[in-house]
Write a protein that binds this ligand. Structure first.
Ligand SMILES: *Cc1c(COP(=O)(O)O)cnc(C)c1O
Length: 383
């Protein structure tokens, strides 16, 4: 299939629209000059409604994992207890980071594909003195979404902080940080925010700052949120900002607001539902069994007798469509397709055509056109 267009359909990094790539190709300006300060201020203003916050927003040159580590470095002291919800790969990563910091980690093990009950988190948090409860908003490895409003409500009157990874949620799933009582949200540029990898962000509420400001936290220098907050006074960062990424993010945020945040979130919901319906018609069942399923990543069970890697490789070699398998205990048994960021109907319909062809080539009995027909019906196109 020489000449076939390369299609980046991962749950991150995601396709970067041309408008954003153009913004990033602008000449690099001083990260302390007036041009950059205006850009920075605007990006901060535009991202606040997406976070659902009035907090200042801290930006770093970092992948998402760096921001997970940064959030813990700023709130923990060695030996302090944290409760980490472990219902997927990223929850487990958060627990590993906390252990590396010397924290005393209680992992709240939930079967992968399910979400933690807020009431259960509440009762555990009332029994032990946790510095923080750590939760992944949108678990990209399974397609499960956490009930942040419920978890925020049970922690609100406790000293415990709610620390949330919304790396693959923010911009594609609703986030109401202030209303839900999320004390720290971290995210990064390369998922629903439609930018290349390389920039991370954090938003902290007042309850989090009371902890972060204490001098007895873990040693921190680049990641010191106090320094980063102080630099917000001058609309910048304490160290060199990834200027090109900030231009890209400014453009991405403008695009989200032009479409309208509600419309963007609704588009993610519709397209993920349509892709799931189409996959089901091709014999690929949705993996998660939670009340709330991700709108940004579709996680699918691999049919008996097939290996996830064969589908992933087939999609790439036959169509240059890049989807994800799994790099954890689900390896081989699930495949994942991103429905986050700059995704439109044509993308998921093309995904379904490519999946149909690839599954057929692997010997799965597929009904021609069944995936596209089911997706079209879910989208309201069929009469
Ligand atoms: C992608 C992702 C991350 C961060 O991964 P990096 O490769 O470090 O950017 C963290 N959490 C979740 C839920 C993710 O989907």
């Amino acid at each position: 299939m020489a000449g076939t267009r390369y299609r980046l359909r991962l749950p991150g990094p995601t396709e970067v629209p041309e408008r954003i790539r153009r913004a990033m190709a602008q000449p690099v300006v001083s990260h302390r000059g007036p041009e950059f300060r205006a850009l920075f201020r605007r990006a901060e203003e535009l991202i606040q409604p997406i976070l659902g916050t009035r907090n200042g927003v801290l930006f770093f040159a970092s992948s998402g994992t760096g921001m997970m580590e940064a959030s813990l470095v700023n709130v923990l002291a060695p030996g302090e207890r944290v409760l980490v919800v472990a219902n997927g790969q990223f929850g487990e990563r958060f627990a590993a980071i906390a252990r590396t910091m010397g924290a005393c980690v209680d992992a709240f093990e939930v079967p992968w594909g399910r979400a933690a009950e807020p009431a259960e988190i509440g009762s555990r948090a009332r029994k032990a003195e946790y510095r923080a409860v750590v939760v992944v908003h949108n678990e990209s490895s399974t397609g499960v979404v956490s009930d942040l409003a419920g978890i925020g409500a049970v922690l609100r009157d406790l000293p415990t902080l709610l620390v949330v990874d919304s790396v693959s949620g923010l911009g594609g799933m609703e986030m109401r940080q202030d209303e839900w009582g999320v004390d720290i949200v971290v995210s990064s540029s390369q998922k629903a925010l439609m930018c290349p990898p390389g920039m991370g962000l954090a938003s902290l509420g007042p309850k989090a700052w009371d902890v972060v400001e204490r001098a007895d936290r873990l040693p921190r220098y680049y990641w010191d949120f106090r320094k980063t907050r102080a630099a917000l006074e001058d609309d910048g960062t304490p160290f060199t900002t990834p200027v090109a990424l900030m231009s890209g993010l400014g453009e991405a945020l403008a695009m989200i607001h032009e479409e309208g945040l509600d419309a963007v979130l609704e588009r993610h919901r519709r397209l993920s539902a349509a892709l799931r319906a189409g996959c089901e018609a091709l014999g690929l069942r949705s993996f998660p069994e939670a009340d709330q399923i991700s709108n940004t990543v579709v996680c699918l069970q691999v049919p008996q007798g097939l290996k996830g890697g064969d589908i992933v490789r087939g999609m790439y070699h036959r169509h240059r469509t890049v989807i994800a398998g799994s790099r954890n205990k689900l390896d081989g048994t699930v495949i994942r397709i991103g429905t986050m960021g700059h995704v439109h109907e044509a993308d998921i319909l093309t995904d379904l055509l490519h999946l149909e062809d690839t599954l057929g080539s692997l010997g799965l009995p597929v009904t021609r056109g069944a995936g596209v027909a089911a997706a079209a019906e879910e989208l309201g196109h069929a009469g």
